[in-house]
Design a protein around this ligand. Structure first.
Ligand code: 5AD
Length: 373
């Protein structure tokens, strides 16, 4: 065995992996190395969190946003976009549909707003979702994930109470990159500014309010290095998060970074998969979602992520008219496909990866459960 391969094997099996080793693994590119990496990540997943893959039905409830994140297609200053808000009736109907189709959870996501009307609207939706989805299969009603941006702690608390299901309650708030200079650049346009500190405060507040806390980053942001990605993984560790969702950075015609381009698709896909694998190897017992953005790079992107250690899928049962209004990046898959067909295809992908689709399961993060005991 040549030296390089030996080092790679050592890094993969190391109990106390160093930054140098993480960076080495993240850069895997030849077939042998990436196969060894995905095999190891798959093995760690099986050992740590088992064979099940969990579903969260993703409901993009509104594309109205008060922030101006430069990478994002629904940022406030994108005047070319017509804005929508789903009605409470539509949100409840879709949630009930998800519960009836074996999705144990829904994820409500939207542009960022902090006004009272929005905060109260979410609380009302949560109460009604709970009331309408308690069943034999889901004795505590649907599991809830919220992805609604930074809020005050009282708001997190109010929503947790409204959910009626505190044991199956999650919040996603990516810190996007741990490189603060890069974070500033990405959020440097005029308007309401997003700060790194506020995002970290949110993660702490959410933990205090009992949520399973999820975060994540974008991978392949122009200017981002492998050392930055390694620092992201270290930050996941130090924050002690329960869930991670990461996807490739993709250019967005509605953002204002189009001039800086995007990494080559093939390399970007491999880097994203490597990041998932290394995160699994290092973080072990967290839930890791396969981001929708992976499917932009390859129609089997999310499926491949399962082989690299992801254990959560987020099918989007929304009507196509809303999906088209929720283009965070270009070429988001939003073709008119029957929602049942989408779920069936995902379940087939899970089985093809020799995993088990976990129907009507809450799928709480094991990392969180261990702490809650
Ligand atoms: N490319 C990839 N991911 C993006 N997001 C927003 N814009 C883009 C983009 N251009 C991601 C951010 C955000 C999540 C909701 O969507 O990471 O946290």
């Amino acid at each position: 065995m040549i030296r390089e391969e030996e080092n790679f094997e050592v890094a993969l099996l190391s109990d106390d992996i160093s930054d140098e080793e993480i960076i080495f693994l993240l850069g895997a590119s030849d077939t042998k190395a990436v196969n060894a990496l995905s095999n190891r990540a798959y093995e760690v997943t099986t050992k740590q969190v088992g064979h099940d893959v969990y579903f969260r039905g993703l409901i993009e409830i509104s594309n109205i946003c008060t922030f101006n994140c430069r990478y994002c297609g629904i940022r406030k200053s994108n005047l070319g976009l017509s804005r929508y808000e789903m009605s409470k009736k539509e949100i409840i109907e879709l949630s009930v549909w998800a519960a009836n189709h074996g999705l144990g959870n829904v994820c409500l996501q939207s542009g960022e707003r902090q006004d009272k009307k929005f905060v109260d609207f979410i609380a009302e939706c949560l109460k009604e979702i709970h009331q309408k989805t308690v069943s034999e299969k889901l004795p505590h009603g649907l599991g809830i994930t919220l992805s609604l941006g930074d809020q005050e702690k009282e708001v997190y608390e109010m929503w947790a109470e409204a959910s009626g299901n505190r044991n199956n309650l999650r919040y996603l708030a990516r810190f996007e990159t741990s490189n603060e200079k890069l974070f500033k650049f990405l959020h440097s346009s005029r308007g309401k500014g997003k700060t790194f500190e506020k995002r970290l405060q949110s993660l702490r507040d959410l933990r205090d309010c009992g949520y399973q806390v999820g975060t994540g980053v974008m991978i392949g942001i122009p200017g981002q290095t492998l050392a930055d990605l390694c620092a992201d993984i270290r930050m996941f560790q130090s924050l002690g998060v329960d869930m991670i969702g990461m996807g490739p950075y993709l250019k967005s015609a509605g953002g204002d970074l189009t001039s800086i381009g995007q990494m080559d698709s093939k390399k970007l896909l491999q880097l994203s998969l490597n990041m998932i694998a290394v995160t699994r190897i290092v973080l072990k017992d967290v839930n890791i979602a396969a981001a929708t953005a992976l499917d932009v790079l390859d129609k089997d992107g999310r499926k491949q992520a399962i082989s690299y250690g992801a254990n959560v899928l987020m099918p989007n049962p929304n009507h196509v008219k809303y999906k088209q209004g929720y283009q965070l990046y270009d070429n988001k898959p939003s073709v008119e496909k029957d929602a049942e067909e989408v779920i069936e295809k995902m379940a087939g992908d899970v089985l093809a990866c020799k995993r088990t689709p976990a129907w009507s399961a809450y799928g709480s993060s094991l990392h969180w459960k261990k702490k809650a005991q």
